[in-house]
Ligand binder design. Structure first.
Ligand code: ADP
Ligand code: MG
Length: 285
C-alpha cells in the first residue's frame, strides 16, 4: 500500500502550485542530482520583441513585411514577435507552400518568391546566403530566392525568479545544472552566465536535446530532471527520470509528457517541490 505521507507530500506540493502526477515521482524528485533546462519559455519568458532591424538590399519595412508573411501561420513565439512588428494585414500577398522546420525557422513562397526566415542552420540547409553578425540576441535571417535580405534581432527576457531558482537548487545540493537550447552561442552564453548555470549547449535541434539528455542519464550520478515547456520538449520530458513542465504557458504535449507540472511557470517551484519530496521521503523511508 502507499504510505499516507505520500498523500501529504502530493497535497503540500499542490498547495504550492506544483502538480505531482504520482507518488513515485515524489520519490524520483527527492533523488535527482542533475537538473537540465530548456531555455525559451522555461528560463526566459518566451515573449520576444524585435529590438533591431538590419536590412541589406531592401528597405527596413520590406524586410519586416517578408518575415511577417512567412511567419503568418507559425505558433513559435519568435513568429508572434515578427507579426506584431509588422501589423499590416494580408495586403495582396500570396503565401503558399509554408514549411516550418523545428529549431530552425520557416520557409514559404511569397508572391511566387521563395523566402526563408530563420537561423543560420536553416539558411545553410536551404542553400540561402546569409552574412555573419556579432549582435547579441536571437538573430532571424531573411533570404529571398537565395539572396540575403538582412536580419532581424529579437530578444526575450529571463523570468524574474530564474537566477534564484538555479541558486536554490545548488544550495539544496544539486551537483549539476545545464541549459539546452536551439538558440545561438552568444545568447546562450549570456543567459547561462547571468543565471549561474553550470553548463550550456546551444544550436541544438530537438533530436540533439534527446541525445544530450540520454548522455547525462548514462553518466549515472543521481537522477536527471528535465524542465521544459514546448512541443519539442515532450520527448525529452518523457526520457528524463523526472520531467517537469510549465503548466500555464506550456504546450499541451509538454504537460502531457511531464511527471510534474509547475502551474504558475515559476522555476523557483522546482526547489520548493524538491524540498517537499525530500521531507516526504525522510518520513517514508
Ligand atoms: P529553444 O531551444 O530556445 O527553446 P527552439 O528550438 O524553438 O528554441 O528554436 C531554436 C532556434 O530556431 C531559435 O532560437 C530560432 O533561431 C530558430 N527558430 C525556430 N523557430 C523559428 C521561427 N518560427 N522563426 C524564426 N526562427 C525560428
Ligand atoms: Mg522552450
Amino acid at each position: 500500500s502507499i504510505p499516507l505521507s505520500f498523500f501529504a507530500g502530493i497535497g503540500g506540493a499542490s498547495r504550492a502550485g506544483v502538480l505531482v502526477k504520482g507518488s513515485n515521482f515524489l520519490e524520483a524528485l527527492a533523488d535527482i542530482d542533475t537538473v537540465v533546462f530548456d531555455k525559451t519559455g522555461t528560463l526566459t519568458k518566451g515573449v520576444f520583441e524585435v529590438t533591431a532591424v538590419h536590412p541589406e538590399t531592401i528597405p527596413e519595412k520590406e524586410l519586416l513585411h517578408l518575415a511577417a508573411h512567412v511567419e503568418r501561420f507559425s505558433t513559435h513565439p519568435i513568429a508572434a514577435s515578427l507579426r506584431s512588428a509588422y501589423p499590416g494585414e494580408a495586403d495582396g500577398c500570396t503565401v503558399e507552400d509554408v514549411e516550418e522546420i523545428a529549431g530552425q525557422g520557416v520557409h514559404a513562397r511569397v508572391n511566387g518568391h521563395t523566402v526563408c526566415v530563420g537561423n543560420a542552420k536553416l539558411m545553410d540547409g536551404l542553400g540561402a546566403a546569409w552574412h555573419p553578425c556579432e549582435k547579441t540576441g536571437t538573430i532571424v535571417h531573411v533570404a529571398m530566392d537565395g539572396v540575403y535580405m538582412g536580419h532581424i534581432v529579437v530578444s526575450d527576457v529571463v523570468k524574474p525568479h530564474a537566477a534564484a531558482a538555479i541558486e536554490a537548487l545548488h544550495a539544496q545540493g544539486i551537483h549539476h545544472t545545464q541549459m539546452l537550447t536551439g538558440d545561438n552561442r552568444a545568447t546562450a552564453q549570456e543567459i547561462a552566465q547571468e543565471l549561474g548555470i553550470d553548463a550550456y549547449e546551444c544550436e541544438l535541434l530537438p533530436a540533439d536535446k534527446v541525445e544530450r539528455l540520454e548522455a547525462l542519464l548514462k553518466e549515472q550520478r543521481g537522477g536527471v530532471a528535465f524542465v521544459g515547456d514546448g512541443i519539442n520538449d515532450a520527448p525529452v520530458l518523457a526520457r528524463a527520470d523526472v520531467g517537469i513542465a510549465m503548466g500555464a504557458m506550456g504546450s499541451d504535449a509538454a504537460i502531457e509528457a511531464a511527471d510534474i507540472v509547475l502551474m504558475d511557470d515559476d522555476p523557483l517551484k522546482i526547489s520548493v517541490a524538491r524540498r517537499i519530496a525530500r521531507k516526504t521521503m525522510r518520513i517514508v523511508r
